[in-house]
Design a protein around this ligand. Structure first.
Ligand code: BMA
Length: 330
């Protein structure tokens, strides 16, 4: 491989299917999609926009479950093969280490989680209600059994909080996408920095919408992947049609030491809602990536994405091909 993957681990058990013969795309779907159907749990109306990571030689994750009351909740889940998932029927009960944090921020709703291993634990970020208004919640777990909640990173309104997998320049780094109270008709990606996961500042603009498939708003997706070309960042972009929003998946490559500097940005989407399960559901025409597994040895990527705000889908690609394609179409 010409492109080096940095700091990712060997993951020989990563889910994988070779690119189908005749496929001209850089990212292709798992043939048995969706891998998690909306009714997996007794309580679930839908299960989508969810995050998975390697865990104890197998896999674990945090899943967005909208229940039948249509409350947005987070549930832990486990898998041997990262394709077939068992989710806890009960939602995550967050524990606050600090009583003041608990008092100030009682659980109301949470959605669109991301999970990343940094240093000694799995960090979870999600869109968290504060006074019933969305902002970025942060917590952590060691075992996917007990989950600890920290102070919210930002004020409302904010969404799509995504951590980088290591400190950069001595600071934790997170994407977010400031927004408004509703189904935001705008949105740029920003980076914020923190010495301690509690106080966030040194905000930097990364990029905004720029036309076509990403003309309305954009937001970070899976945890960025460190490569010799820069941070490979898969994100979503939204187009507004006469019939509503269309969510697609694209890629950009950011500077390693100053990740608010965009080196390359693919002008085509890499995956857009085209299959029935992406075009038909509670919110039609949505592919919404929240996680990617990466095998450092082969460069294989398994991308987990929400389908039509209803199920979880899986797609494949390789770091090398996505990086090359992004550079060539930037
Ligand atoms: C966004 C978020 C996502 C959702 C998407 C499409 O604003 O609410 O959770 O998947 O809209 O409805």
């Amino acid at each position: 491989m010409g492109i080096k993957i940095i700091n990712e681990k060997s993951l020989p058990s990563i889910p994988w299917q070779d690119k189908p013969a005749g496929c001209r795309d850089v990212v292709w779907r798992y043939s048995e999609n969706p891998i998690i159907k909306r009714d997996l749990l007794k309580c679930s109306n839908s299960i989508f926009n969810s995050a998975v990571v390697p865990f104890n030689g197998q896999y674990a994750g945090v899943f967005r479950v909208d229940d039948k009351r249509r409350n947005m909740q987070l549930h832990a889940g486990f898998s041997k093969d990262a394709v077939s998932w068992m989710l806890n029927e009960e939602k995550i009960e967050w524990v606050n280490e600090d009583a003041k944090t608990a008092e100030a921020n009682p659980w109301q709703y949470g959605y669109d989680p991301r999970v990343v291993w940094i240093e000694d634990r799995y960090w979870v970020t999600w869109c968290n209600a504060y006074g019933w208004k969305p902002t970025i919640g942060i917590g952590y777990t060691f075992d996917f059994k007990k989950f600890y909640q920290c102070e919210n990173a930002f004020l409302p309104f904010n969404r799509n909080g995504v951590l980088f997998p290591r400190k950069i320049g001595g600071k934790y780094v997170m994407f977010s996408r400031p927004s408004d109270s509703g189904h935001t008709p705008f949105g740029d990606m920003y980076i914020s920095q923190s010495p301690d996961m509690k106080y966030w500042g040194e905000h930097r603009h990364v990029m905004g919408p720029r036309g076509g498939w990403e003309s309305k708003k954009i937001g970070a997706g899976p945890i960025p992947i460190e490569t010799s070309e820069g941070w490979l960042c898969i994100y979503h972009g939204v187009l507004e049609s006469c019939n509503g929003f269309v969510y697609s998946l694209g890629a950009a490559i950011l500077d390693i030491n100053e990740p608010w500097k965009v080196k390359y940005r693919c002008d085509e989407y890499l995956l857009s809602p085209q299959m029935d399960y992406e075009c038909w559901g509670d919110v039609p025409n949505v592919v919404f990536p929240c996680a990617a597994l990466c095998d450092a040895d082969t460069g294989r990527l398994a991308i987990y994405y929400g389908c039509a705000d209803t199920h979880v889908g899986l797609a494949f690609g390789t770091v090398e091909e996505i990086v090359e394609y992004t550079k060539a179409h930037s």
